[in-house]
Design a binder for this molecule. Structure first.
Ligand code: C2E
Ligand code: CA
Ligand code: CA
Ligand code: CA
Length: 279
C-alpha cells in the first residue's frame, strides 16, 4: 500500500510538472500568436424565437496554432486572463466587431447587434469606457449595435464600482447581457439594480432539459422572472427542434445554437446570412 501511495504521488507530480510545462509552452505560443495574428473571429447567429428573424451574432475567438491546430478558447482564454493579455486582445476583438458592424450596414443589414464576450479583467480595466467611446466614434458605429456579455464572475467583484461602470457604458447605448446565467452566484437583488438588457441562460440547462424535468422548470422560471424584471432572455446551446419549440411555448425571446447555425468564420459570414436569412 505504501509503495502504491508513493507511485501515486510520483504520478501526480509528473502530471503537475507536465501541466505546468504545457502551460508555460502555451503562454509563449500565445505571445507569438498575438504578434503574428493567428487569431480570428467566428460569429454565431442569434435568432428571434417568435419570428425566426436574425437579430445578431455572438463573436467567438478562434486560434489556429501552426502545429497544434485549432486550440479551443476554454484552453487559452484563462491563460490570457491570468497574464492580462486578454485586455489588448479584447480591444482587437472589439475593433474587429465594429468593422464588421459597419460592413453589415453597408450590405443592407441595418439592425444586427454583435455580442462581445468580456472577461472580468477586461471589464475592470479603467481604460475600458474611454477606449470604447473612442472606438465607437472612430468607426461611427452606434452603441446600440454592440452588446457586452459579462459573466456572474465579473458581477460579484466590487459591486458599487461595477454598477458605476455599467451605468457609464449604458450612456453609450451599448447593450449589457449576463452570460452563463444560472451557473454563478449573482443574487436577484443585484440583478434588479443593474442596468442589464438581457440574460443568457446557460446551455447546461438546455442540454439537461429533456432528461431532467427540473432543468425545464428552471428555464421556464428564469424566463418568467426575467420578463418581470423587463429583461430579454436568450437561450444558448439550442440543438434540437424540440428545445426550440419548448422555448417558443414559454416565451423565450432569442435563441442561439447549432440548430440555428454553428459559429461562422468572418470571411464566410455575409454569404452565409444572405443564403439563410432574410433582411
Ligand atoms: P460562451 O460565451 O458561453 O460561448 C458559447 C460557447 O458555446 C461557444 O464555445 C460556442 O461555440 C458554443 N456553442 C454554440 N452553440 C452551441 C450548441 O448548440 N451546443 C453546444 N454544445 N455548444 C454550443 P467556444 O467558441 O468554444 O467558446 C468557449 C468560451 O470561451 C465562451 O463561452 C467564452 O466564455 C470564451 N470566449 C470565446 N470567445 C471569447 C472572446 O472573444 N473573449 C472572451 N473574453 N472570451 C471568449
Ligand atoms: Ca458568451
Ligand atoms: Ca454562455
Ligand atoms: Ca461559458
Amino acid at each position: 500500500a505504501k509503495q502504491n501511495g508513493g507511485n501515486g504521488a510520483q504520478a501526480y507530480n509528473l502530471d503537475m510538472y507536465q501541466r505546468v510545462r504545457q502551460r508555460v509552452g502555451l503562454e509563449q505560443d500565445l505571445t507569438l500568436a498575438l504578434a503574428q495574428q493567428q487569431f480570428s473571429l467566428s460569429f454565431q447567429p442569434q435568432m428571434e424565437v417568435s419570428s425566426g428573424k436574425l437579430v445578431g451574432f455572438e463573436a467567438l475567438i478562434r486560434w489556429k496554432h501552426p502545429e497544434r491546430g485549432h486550440v479551443p478558447p476554454d484552453h487559452f482564454i484563462p491563460v490570457l486572463e491570468q497574464n492580462r493579455q486578454i485586455i489588448p486582445l479584447g480591444y482587437w476583438i472589439i475593433e474587429r466587431c465594429l468593422q464588421l458592424s459597419l460592413s453589415l450596414q453597408y450590405a443592407g443589414w441595418h439592425d444586427l447587434r454583435i455580442a462581445i464576450n468580456l472577461s472580468a479583467e477586461q471589464f475592470s480595466d479603467p481604460e475600458l469606457f474611454n477606449r470604447l467611446t473612442a472606438l465607437l466614434q472612430q468607426y461611427e458605429v452606434d452603441g446600440r449595435f454592440i452588446e457586452l456579455e459579462l459573466t456572474e464572475r465579473t458581477l460579484v467583484q466590487d459591486i458599487d464600482c461595477m454598477l458605476q461602470r455599467m451605468q457609464q457604458i449604458k450612456t453609450l447605448g451599448v447593450h449589457l447581457a449576463i452570460d452563463d446565467f444560472g451557473t454563478g452566484y449573482s443574487s436577484l437583488n443585484y440583478l434588479k439594480q443593474m442596468p442589464m438588457d438581457s440574460i443568457k441562460i446557460d446551455k447546461s440547462f438546455l442540454s439537461g432539459m429533456l432528461e431532467n424535468r427540473a432543468d425545464g422548470q428552471i428555464i421556464t422560471s428564469i424566463i418568467a422572472m426575467m420578463h418581470q424584471l423587463e429583461l430579454q432572455v436568450v437561450a444558448e446551446g439550442v440543438e434540437t427542434t424540440q428545445q426550440l419549440e419548448f422555448l417558443r411555448q414559454h416565451g423565450c425571446d432569442m435563441a442561439q445554437g447549432y440548430l440555428i447555425a454553428r459559429p461562422i468564420p468572418q470571411t464566410e459570414l455575409l454569404g452565409y446570412i444572405e443564403q439563410h436569412f432574410t433582411q
